[in-house]
Design a protein around this ligand. Structure first.
Ligand SMILES: *Cc1c(COP(=O)(O)O)cnc(C)c1O
Ligand SMILES: [Zn+2]
Length: 466
């Protein structure tokens, strides 16, 4: 058997609480329509008694199970047997102390860390979840997998399909919405790519219908197994901090799968007695795709131990429809107005005493340039975390000496168009890509120097500028 008998899928609504076998492929509770969790019988599983126990895994890096930054923590997501996990070597990521970026954010030296999820094989954090979803899909014998994507989920799905040959990839993207770096991956890896005349929210609604009608395995973050893999991002952050819990985790919010997974990770670690407090969580929206911000901070929507009024979201979506409002930000990975994991994210915000902020595309692009000069770089959506940390620092919500971890969700090379437009001397290009999104200036542009093809002129230019 590939699946263990330690896990079931359970409706997140305690008043329903329906459970389902892990051998089913589900994206919602069949009784009430709520999202599902993967829950474990920890008494029969063998979770470690101390997080430090995971350090023993490092000496076994020759085993694929322990080389993977996801499956190294297998005991904390034991829905599949160790011999049956799918891995392509995901999760070899880095937590970098970034003092240059700390200064920009307003934190004391040594207090800001960047968690580089762009170092995953397909260049974004999505690989953490995809390895878990593939493990589940293989266990139940799925032959085709689909997703709607702003780009990174599809790149990850396409990569896992091409490497493992376990399934055929079918991806749904909004037309003209996907950055070239991400589209290039899906095409090169051989995924069937369906461009829908619409945006991500439209593509998401369609892929749910199509996968239901054709029995195709859905790997969007409504798939509860994906979030199990994404919990390990937090385990690696703790590992890099030698198991000390930071004060803040700051993460961009799109479909809210990551923030939901982080909340689940911390509530399980608390339940198991492996940590004694959860960090605070800050989820950062773009102003042009700010559903969570609007609902949580303005309309005070709360999980309230599952007693909160979830209809607030339906009402808000009706308003969006009435006003014909579509998500719009150049941080395309978070250009989402109907986040599928909203309720799980509200639960995470409760566990982690969370806050939500919205940042402009100007803030995002400036923060992104700072990450680039002071770190390994990231794509626009990722920099929302740094821009959000700066805002919270300015408000005094984050203190100068707090220990803060910003999650950099995707690689710099995912969206070269935005980066080059930021640094360009070509005003037309700047206006077309960034000006149209309300970005007025490139505060930290590193402009190329144009020189004639003449040795003396070239030498003069170098001496002038260096
Ligand atoms: C998917 C993605 C996000 C959004 O994450 P959610 O879990 O959907 O909130 C943010 N940044 C990047 C680079 C992504 O690929
Ligand atoms: Zn239910």
């Amino acid at each position: 058997m590939s699946l263990t008998d330690l896990a079931v899928q359970r409706c997140i609504s305690p008043s329903c609480g329906a459970t389902y076998s892990t051998s089913e492929a589900l994206v919602a509770c069949g009784k009430c329509g709520s999202l599902l969790d993967v829950v474990y019988d920890w008494n029969r599983g063998k979770p470690p008694t101390s997080l430090k126990d995971f350090e023993q895994m490092w000496s076994r890096r020759h085993e694929p199970l322990r080389f993977s930054g996801v499956w190294r923590f297998h005991e904390l997501l034991p829905f599949a047997n160790p011999a049956a996990v799918v891995t392509v070597g995901e999760g070899q990521t880095l937590l970098q102390q970034a003092d240059g970026v700390a200064k920009y954010v307003g934190l004391n030296a040594g207090r800001l860390y960047l968690q580089y999820e762009g170092m995953n094989p397909s260049g974004s954090f999505k690989d953490n979840g995809m390895s878990a979803a593939f493990t589940h899909a293989r266990a139940i014998g799925a032959k085709r997998a689909a997703c709607a994507s702003t780009g990174n989920t599809s790149a990850s799905l396409a990569m896992y399909c091409s490497v493992t040959k376990l399934m055929k990839a079918i991806i749904f993207v909004g037309s003209g919405k996907i950055s070239y770096g991400k589209l290039a991956q899906a095409l090169d890896y051989g995924a069937l790519t369906v461009q829908i005349a619409g945006d991500f929210d439209d593509a998401m609604a369609r892929v749910k219908e199509v996968s239901r009608d054709l029995g195709i395995y859905l790997v969007n973050s409504v798939n509860p197994f994906r979030l199990e893999g994404q919990k390990t991002i937090m385990f690696r952050v703790l590992e890099a901090l030698r198991w000390e819990v930071p004060d803040w985790i700051v993460v961009p919010g799109g479909n809210l799968g990551n923030s939901s997974a982080f909340g689940k990770a911390f509530s399980e670690l608390l339940e198991l007695g492996l940590i004694d407090r959860a960090p605070r969580l800050a989820v950062i929206n773009a102003v042009g795709a700010n559903t969570l911000y609007e609902l949580y901070e303005n309309r005070k929507m709360r999980w309230d131990s599952a007693t909160g009024d979830m209809c607030q979201a339906c009402n808000y979506y009706k308003e969006l429809d009435r006003d014909g409002k579509k998500a719009s930000t150049l941080a395309s990975a978070i250009e989402i107005n109907r986040p599928v994991n909203l309720t799980k994210c509200l639960r995470a915000l409760e566990v982690c005493d969370g806050v939500v902020r919205e940042v402009t595309d100007q803030d995002i692009m400036d923060a992104k340039a700072q990450v680039g000069t002071g770190g390994i770089g990231c794509e626009p959506a990722s920099a929302a975390s740094v821009a959000g940390a700066k805002m919270l620092r300015r408000e005094g919500v984050i203190a100068a000496d707090d220990r803060v971890v910003c999650i950099l969700t995707g690689h710099l090379l995912k969206d070269p168009t935005a980066t080059v437009a930021y640094h360009t001397t070509d005003q037309d290009q700047f206006n077309k890509v960034l000006g149209s999104r309300g970005v007025k200036r490139a505060s930290f542009a590193n402009r190329a120097v144009a020189v004639p093809n003449d040795l003396d002129e070239i030498i003069k230019a170098i001496q002038l500028y260096s």
